[in-house]
Write a protein that binds this ligand. Sequence first.
Ligand code: HAM
Length: 418
Amino acid sequence: MEAIKAPRGTRDVLGDESWKWAHVLDVCRDVARDFGYSEVLLPIFEHTELFSRGIGDTTDIVEKEMYTFIDRGGRSITLRPELTASMVRSYLEHGMAHQPQPVKLWGHGPMFRYERPQKGRYRQFQQVDFETLGAANPLADVETIDTSIELYRRLGISNLQVLINSVGCPKCRPVYRSALQNFLGDRLRDFCETCQDRFERNPLRVLDCKKPGCRELTESAPLVLDSLCDDCRVHFDTVVTGLSRIGANFRTDNRLVRGLDYYTKTAYEILAGELGAQNAVCGGGRYDNLAEAIGGPNVPGVGFASGIERIVLTMEGQGAYPGERPATDVYVIAVSSDASLEAVSLVHEIRSVGISADMDYMNRALKAQMKQASSVGAKFACIIGSDEMKSGMVGFKNMASGDQELIPRDEVLVRLTA
Ligand code: HAM
């Protein structure tokens, strides 16, 4: 029988990598605290309608990428492809509108999209997500972008490109949409099939096509910034001014349109050169009509999400290592079989004071145990043989210097905690 492998587009994050993920989440937690976001833990599956109404029926995510199934109760359920719609649902469901506004939430966990897997693109991937709900103020957009920039700064990531744009609002976007359609209509036959397909249903996404031919054709397309209504224009200008005021390194990108339909006004992405084709480490923006789209009152919101796989890839690409992989501090070596129980007891005592310790369970010889002590990165080895058992002593070896001395068994913890 052939051995079963993990499904395509998923990956096992093993011990040599998972400690980096833990570090990323620790830094997210610190940033969240300093910027005033509280953590929420939301379900991994939701009613399909939340995403079809929230993200938009004509988006790739809803049309082609969702993991949707009918559960045993006959409900249509979807594994979440992103967290924003769930965040807004939770805000509405728990009456957070009655708390002092804005409400700032963050969360993390696996997301699911049936995409074509490649470097940095998976079918199950992990996002950290930060949302600010209840504030229409453009300075909340500035804070959101600042939160993401600060997160990467604390992770030691540099050389990122922060791109911002405005995608307008329901008042001015139709104006832009028809200006763009007028422009595209004359040249439609020259575009790729996907763009032709998007022409009617989601023409702004044509600007996002990565094919060089299509990009060239849209070079002189009308700019969304030229069609903004006064409200969107002032909003965008304030975001730009605010970002400049905090010294953010960013640029405006007129082509930036996001793959989710809920965005209004600000849209932004952060790109990292180390990622190759899937170069967005972060995506976000404002979504003032999402709450209404999922059946709630009007609640403005702004936020971003970042993929942990892409964060770790970028850190690895830039050599931005978060210190060393955690190692075992002490390795206890039993040289004779009667010393094994003493070793068990010493390991237990060392661990109980919060120092990491380990021992051999494979009946290895002294030399092999010493080798094991080095390979787990132990700073000290405690060696117990028959003689030590009789005399109540322990061989105490500093692994870095190689110095070894005989100390009373009772002194081991004192030495380790000194
Ligand atoms: P998104 O651009 O679809 O936006 O995803 C945000 C980030 O998640 C991307 O920049 C990327 O780092 C990561 N990501 C997305 N898809 C994959 C994938 N298949 N494999 C690996 N990483 C991936 C959103 O999800 C919005 N909810 C962001 C947001 C929050 N907007 C407002 N608030």
